[in-house]
Design a protein around this ligand. Structure first.
Ligand SMILES: Nc1ncnc2c1ncn2[C@@H]1O[C@H](COP(=O)(O)OP(=O)(O)O)[C@@H](O)[C@H]1O
Ligand SMILES: [Mg+2]
Length: 252
């Protein structure tokens, strides 16, 4: 069975993209599925959050045509590999947009035969709708859109879904939206309830049933180089991501 490729995208920063990529991949890896994270953010938070750093090779080489198998590093938990990012990836933004067909470099690198060892691939996108995110959407089967439970949550969301649809029509007809995931939900507040209600009334079934609570453990885990299930598996954040992972499998 070919790998299922998910892009984790939202042009806003700090909404939980990296946390979602790392923890969904870790939960599915824990469930026995071989998973891969491709770090597409020059800030390399997914890489460092798993205790890794790019030594020599990085996502940049993947875009330049080096075979995937030569670029993967093992994460500190079983069944999880990472293609690390480094700051130089920022230069690729200019480079990719200047080249003919530059939006398909990642799709070429993640062809079925290259991703064959994996069941799930997560593409952790940078916080902009630039060439790296377009490459991710051109390579993905579907997109997961994390949305932070805050007052401005819905702002820009319809526009983002419109941009995803444009990529689908122009570059990747098989692209779907796996779901909108509400993150950093502070359950005790009226605001969080209002944001969730509004999100569900606008986007209905597109929104994951499971939401992710604000959890100190989720924020601490990366500084220990671990996903939340390895850092504190009983934390509310780890349990929430486990349920999101199961919902994702059911949805696909
Ligand atoms: N559910 C959560 N509860 C608490 N902190 C979180 C949660 N999700 C993410 N964070 C923290 O918020 C910050 C932004 O999250 P991150 O996943 O890096 O967002 P993005 O990749 O969209 O920029 C990070 O410091 C992360 O540890
Ligand atoms: Mg990030």
């Amino acid at each position: 069975m070919p790998a299922r490729i998910y892009a984790i995208a939202n042009q806003k920063g700090g909404v939980g993209k990296t946390t979602t990529a790392v923890n969904l991949a870790a939960c599915l890896a824990e469930a026995g599925e071989r998973c891969l994270i491709v770090d597409l953010d020059p800030q390399a938070n997914a890489t460092s959050g798993l205790g890794l750093r790019a030594n020599g090779h990085s996502t940049l080489d993947l875009l330049d045509g080096t075979p995937l198998r030569e670029l993967v590093d093992a994460a500190p938990i079983a069944n999880l590999d990472v293609v690390p990012a480094k700051a130089e990836l920022a230069a690729a933004t200019v480079h990719l947009s200047a080249l003919e067909g530059g939006e398909r470099y990642l799709a070429d690198a993640l062809r079925d035969d290259a991703t064959e060892p994996y069941r799930f691939v997560f593409l952790d996108c940078p916080p902009s709708f630039g060439p790296l995110t377009v490459n991710a959407l051109a390579a993905a089967d579907s997109v997961i859109v994390p949305v932070q439970a805050e007052y401005y949550a819905l702002e820009g969301l319809s526009q983002l879904l419109g941009s995803i649809d444009l990529v689908k029509r122009r570059l990747n007809p098989r692209l779907g939206v796996a779901g909108i995931l509400l993150t950093m939900v502070d359950g005790r507040t009226r605001l969080a309830e209002d944001v969730e209600r509004e999100l569900r009334s606008h986007f209905g079934d597109l929104v994951f049933t499971q939401t992710v609570p604000r959890s100190v453990r989720l924020a601490e885990a990366p500084s220990h180089g671990l996903p939340a299930i390895a850092y504190d598996r009983r934390s509310a954040g780890a349990e929430a991501y486990w349920k999101v992972a199961m919902e994702l499998v059911e949805r696909s």
